[in-house]
Design a protein around this ligand. Structure first.
Ligand code: NAD
Ligand code: UDP
Length: 314
């Protein structure tokens, strides 16, 4: 039985990945310091004898025996990664060094959850990026860039088997209700009948990938031959303006919330759309879940979550 470790396993993407790996017949070791991750995300897996959880901060070394590592530990939303920027950088950089060291000792294959933010602009994998090194998003962007460098050097210098995925905006159940990301913000605002906060004019674009599609891309990439190391863009190429997203969510929730406009945060990218040519050819992968379908599932999750919270507070 393959023993697979998932760092950041109690987070949004990590919890879906743990679930999928268990379903595929793997033994799963979930490692998380619970900064943004939650026990509620994985509580349904606890009774599975092939699921184990360790509270651990990846900025410190870890000694376990594993066959594969998915390195997802890192706060992903601007509110959380800007809360303690130095810790964000340590998580990406020291976390990568520690997990690569572990992979080297155990000869494990290792996957890095990188990000579209390494580009600064939406581009194919051949573009090297134009990223602000001293801005408020830099602790995330540059930390992830450095992690990619570390992965590449461990591959060249020590022959490690590596896989780098550059993930574009992903949404779905178990997104953190208050992490400030646009899909969770808009759905919660719409369900509560509160104003929908559009930053700027709402003309900036994003392309939203449903979590199940993304996790399928992770597994395909991890299972490629050793000469496939990436980076490979994973995301949904269907692009929407933020205003269009707000309007879809209003319709699907049948909400009477009003759209209100707020200042655009500093360094907010104007456009983001993945070029997934490489994922299509190398992995035979492309997203199959349309925005409306994914939004409906995410809305049901938040609906239940909010009802549960109200009941708990009464
Ligand atoms: P998330 O915040 O829900 O999950 C991150 C997890 O990492 C959390 O469980 C958190 O507690 C844990 N963590 C943070 N610092 C840690 C540390 N020092 N030690 C151990 N655990 C730590 O975010 P997510 O959306 O699930 O993102 C997962 C990964 O995917 C991240 O690396 C993120 O950068 C990357 N990513 C996500 C998206 C997206 O749209 N969701 C896009 C691009 C990249
Ligand atoms: N955004 C918005 N209203 C919100 C939250 C976000 O208009 O309540 C915008 C934000 O300015 C950005 C886009 O939505 O242009 C996506 O933001 P998110 O934080 O989800 O992800 P990222 O900027 O990292 O792509």
């Amino acid at each position: 039985m393959k023993r697979v470790m998932v760092t950041g396993g109690a987070g949004f993407l990590g919890s879906h990945l743990c679930e999928r790996l268990l379903k595929d017949g793997c033994e799963v070791l979930c490692v998380d310091n619970f900064f943004t991750g939650r026990k509620e995300n994985i509580v349904h897996l606890i009774d599975n004898p092939y699921f184990e959880i360790i509270r651990h901060d990846v900025t410190f070394p870890l000694y376990v025996e594993v066959d594969e590592i998915f390195n997802l530990a890192c706060p992903a939303s601007p509110i959380h990664y800007q809360f303690d920027p130095v810790q964000t950088l340590k998580t990406s950089v020291h976390g990568a060094i520690n997990m690569l060291g572990l992979a080297k000792r155990t000869k494990a294959k290792i996957f890095q959850a990188s990000t579209s933010e390494v580009y600064g602009d939406p581009q194919p994998e051949t573009y090297w990026g134009r990223v602000n090194p001293i801005g408020i998003r830099s602790c995330y962007d540059e930390g992830k860039r450095c992690a990619e460098t570390l992965f590449s050097d461990y591959h060249r210098q020590h022959g490690l088997k590596i896989k780098i995925a550059r993930i574009f905006n992903t949404y779905g159940p178990r997104m953190n209700v208050n992490d400030g990301r646009v899909v969770s913000n808009f759905i919660v605002q719409a369900l509560k009948g509160e104003d929908i906060t559009i930053y700027g004019e709402g003309e900036q674009t994003r392309s939203f990938c449903y979590v199940d599609d993304l996790i399928d891309g992770f597994i395909r990439l991890m299972n490629t031959a050793d000469n496939v190391i990436g980076p490979i863009n994973l995301g949904n190429p269907n692009e929407f303006t933020i205003r269009q997203l707000a309007e879809r969510i209003l319709t699907l929730t049948d909400s009477r919330s009003r759209l209100v406009f707020r200042p655009l945060p500093q360094d907010d990218p104007q456009q983001r759309q993945p070029d997934i040519t490489k994922a299509k050819t190398v992995l035979g992968w492309q997203p199959s879940i349309m925005l409306d379908e994914g939004l409906k599932k995410t809305i049901s999750y938040f609906d239940e979550f909010l009802v549960g919270n109200r009941a708990a507070n009464n």
